[in-house]
Design a protein. Structure first.
Length: 421
């Protein structure tokens, strides 16, 4: 195999032209075992066209050789030619020693295409042929997991665990924990996270453990694990928001806002951190700080509806009605996309005594809120103040349908009808 080693050495030393010349000689006159070995090496190095040519050359001599067909299909898959690879793999006979490997490759290809039933059939067939091959159990676990078949996935992963706790670079205990966590089975997930961390301290596993503990309501455990993660990797941005949530649930608001500010230092473009920080600041009575944090969130995303609505509530509480209108006009959100802004605009304009404009906003908002009792109250009382008795009477009649025993509504309807008469 000296010629193969020589070609690989040339490639490693950057002598590509010389390597190509030697390759062409071997392609034309090399021995089959040389061609096969070189094709494998070139495939690993990413020289797919050259590897493919060698395998196709060999297939001219050995057209039904399963090992060659499998290698060619792997090269085609790496080159993005999946359909061609499927056609090659389907040629391999059931009696070929490589049939099981071909089934695994086909299963992977069909899973990528979303053909889960075909994929499952291939894997189960492979399991019949290779009953002790745990890579098949792992593949079944991955398939069932992707389909949301939790118990079937767990059963497949458990079979893997009878021999290995890690396969294809995947910690099986972590895989099971993640699956259970995303399925809402938090208590069960924590057991497997413990096992995964006992085997290997890995930051994604630690985050999964902490996040699942938070979802399960084990706030102190979540705090402990998030802080452990922070010590290991302070640039793990996702931890800070959830750490702040855990502290808030424990009513440790100063620690919560501290976690938010630490997170902002690490990730200054995370709008959710600014927004959550604003809400915590309100709880702490730090209204100016809350407003600033909300405005930072909106500056990062002018379409951040939740932050804008929350800031509007704060501005209304301070009777800063001009600021409400300024905020709404600066947003990258159409009022018909979030009709609450129509309602907010109507209220602000009414307070500023811009009654004609307020009426326009109320009329536009009515389309969206005609079944909302709070809106109908605002609109109805506005119409009363504006002397629009007929319209006001209609609005309070609608309110009476919702609350027939409301004496205030009854009295208003009677007075409005008397006024009309």
């Amino acid at each position: 195999m000296d010629r193969v080693n020589k070609i690989i050495s040339m490639l490693e030393n950057g002598q590509h032209n010389e390597a190509l010349n030697e390759y062409n000689v071997l392609l034309q006159s090399g021995m089959p075992d040389e061609k096969y070995l070189l094709s494998e090496e070139l495939y690993q190095y990413g020289f797919l066209d050259e590897a493919k040519a060698l395998v196709e050359n060999l297939l001219e001599m050995y057209p039904e050789e399963g090992e060659l067909l499998v290698l060619l299909s792997e090269i085609l898959i790496e080159a993005g030619e999946e359909e061609e690879a499927i056609l090659i793999l389907e040629k391999i006979s059931e009696h070929d020693a490589n049939f099981g490997q071909s089934l695994l490759l086909l299963a992977d290809l069909y899973q990528v295409q979303g053909l889960y039933e075909v994929c499952e059939n291939k894997l189960l067939k492979a399991k019949e042929i290779l009953p002790n091959e745990i890579i098949i159990d792992f593949a079944l676990g991955e398939l069932y997991s992707e389909q949301g078949e939790i118990r079937q996935a767990m059963a497949a992963y458990e079979k893997v665990l009878t021999e290995e706790s890690e396969i294809a670079g995947v910690n099986i205990h972590q895989r099971m924990a993640d699956l259970l966590s995303t399925s809402g089975l938090f208590e069960e997930a924590l057991v497997y996270y413990d096992k995964a961390l006992d085997e290997k301290l890995e930051i994604n596993t630690l985050f999964g453990y902490a996040f699942t503990a938070l979802q399960a309501g084990y706030n102190r455990t979540a705090i402990e694990k998030f802080n452990e993660l922070k010590e290991l990797d302070p640039e793990y941005h996702s931890l800070y928001l959830h750490l702040a949530m855990a502290y808030e649930r424990e009513e440790e608001l100063e620690n919560s806002i501290r976690a938010i500010k630490e997170g902002i230092k690490q990730d200054e473009f995370n709008k959710e951190l600014f927004f959550y920080g604003g809400k915590i600041s309100i709880k702490l009575g730090k209204i100016e700080e809350a407003e600033q944090l909300f405005r930072e969130a909106i500056a990062l995303d002018p379409g951040f509806t939740e932050a804008a609505l929350t800031l509007n509530k704060l501005l209304f509480q301070q009777e800063r009605h001009e600021d409400v209108l300024d905020l709404i006009s600066a947003l990258d959100i159409a009022e018909d996309e979030e009709p609450q802004f129509l309602w907010d605009s109507a209220l602000a304009l009414e307070k500023l005594e811009k009654f004609s404009s307020a009426l326009d906003k109320y009329e536009s908002a009515y389309t969206f809120f005609k079944n909302n009792e709070a809106f109908l109250q605002d609109y109805g009382y506005f119409l009363v103040e504006e002397g629009k008795s007929d319209l006001a009477a209609e609005i309070f009649k609608q309110l009476l349908i919702k609350d027939p025993t409301n004496f205030e509504y009854l009295d208003l309807v009677e007075r409005l009808n008397d006024f009309k008469d």
